[in-house]
Ligand binder design. Sequence first.
Ligand code: SAM
Length: 255
Amino acid sequence: MKTNTHNAVVIDQYATRAEAYLTSPVHAQGADLQHMANLIGPRPDAIALDMGCGGGHVAFRIAGLVNKVVAYDLTAAMLTTVAAEAQRRGLQNIVTKQGAAETLPCPDASFDVVATRYSAHHWHSFAQGLAQMHRASKPGALALFMDVVTPGIALLDTWLQSMELLRDASHVRNASLAEWTSTLTNLGFAVDEVQKYRLRLDFTSWTERMNTPATHVAAIRSLQQRAAAAVTDYFEIEKDGSFVVDTVLIAAHKV
Ligand SMILES: C[S@@+](CC[C@H](N)C(=O)[O-])C[C@H]1O[C@@H](n2cnc3c(N)ncnc32)[C@H](O)[C@@H]1O
């Protein structure tokens, strides 16, 4: 084992997957991405943060709306890919910065817009990462939070986290919508709007994107074949292992 911190596990997992996340239809598309752009709208003076930018899809989508986007991620290889793709698309107002969500290196009140998408379930401290987004926001800043959420029911929660962890050792935990809203409210964000979506994950591309070891793929399939009807029905588990998860987009502002 060449890694020993959780952040090192994340970097190890993602370092070779940058291209896969750049081209992933799940990440490059989605009604949530368009809704994020609609909520932001044109803000020619705004400085925006894309926290845990991965392949850069939020940054690419909003770059034309704002003055500057800081694409921030723990994994340097992701940022190399984002910088190259931004250049290819002629987006000159995206800057990349490497680091962890929990230790965001910027002055207080730096951003007019902060956003994170499909990243918070990897953070070793969900609350600390969100606290950094709050600290880094200007008063009144628009804050957008998007991720896969757990239904919160113990049976379904255990199944979701188990499938996620077997697929990707850097998974920490999908929070529930209630956990998201209470954490954000406690930090001093006011929640304005919640959009809920159902997302189908094609089993083969979901596991290939993360380079899931064959033994773990087999374990997920074996688990799925033993699932109770309540589980197969909720996640709409298909014969090939594809299934459906809940995602949310929370729009808030810093009070
Ligand atoms: C699924 S990708 C993000 C997808 C991207 N935001 C999008 O919309 O397509 C998850 C990203 O979170 C990053 N990440 C994981 N833990 C992190 C942390 N603690 N701080 C910052 N980034 C982190 C990973 O390096 C990875 O690039």
